[in-house]
Write a protein that binds this ligand. Sequence first.
Ligand code: Z5A
Ligand code: MG
Length: 210
Amino acid sequence: MTSIQRGALIVLEGCDRSGKSSQTRLLYDFLCTHGVSAKHMVFPNRNSDIGSSINAYLKNCKDLSDEVIHLLFTANRWEYKKEMEDLLNSGTTLVVDRYSYSGVAYSVAKGLDFDWCMAPERGLIRPDAVFYLKAPFEHLMNRGNFGGERYEVKDMQLKVANVFDHISESQKDFWHIIDASQTKDAVFENLSTKVLEIVEQIKETPLRNL
Ligand code: Z5A
Ligand code: MG
């Protein structure tokens, strides 16, 4: 009897306009055409009740304290934990556009304590790989639609980048830095090769929590 081999949890992180949504969509299509069962997920997931409050906050239609919005972003991930776990255990690879690290990076950038921010993320599923799409702010601000939402200002983006840098430095075993200032094709080339390797490598390993 053959046991079901699990799927991989692949997360893309990075500052605004670094290309996460473009690359997660490309990656999802790529995995499907290579015969890998896959699902594309995005956080925040704005479709739930919690997600719609987050959406109103990001669009500047609702004011919430920094602590409350932080916990809503985290709760939004907890809403989907069971679904993610079931999919991974049934062999589906998840390609996720932002995850717990965005939660921590944006809240720490606003002045909240790192450990306080990380605490409610503990118990969520630990990614098998995080790809950090990294590029200078000056490069990213010239890309489409920058400035439409609450956090899309230079000072905030520089602080967010600092937190991502700090986390990637401390979690080198599963964080991979990708130069996001390259063309979309070049970024994808880098990413897709590594992802296929990781999907193969983790098949027999147990899921772990943050
Ligand atoms: N947030 C939080 O505070 N806490 C949390 O826990 C979570 C999130 C999960 C909404 O995120 C906000 O929520 C976000 C963090 C905070 N802060 N802000 N602002 P979002 O993910 O919904 O934001 P978005 O609207 O999708 O934008 P984005 O993620 O910043 O963009 P992106 O996905 O990284 O980039 P893209 O959409 O793929 O590309 C942007 C543009 O650049 C587009 O015109 C592309 O065609 C172009 N592009 C992409 N790649 C390239 C390359 N390589 N070269 C040239 N042009 C490119
Ligand atoms: Mg995006």
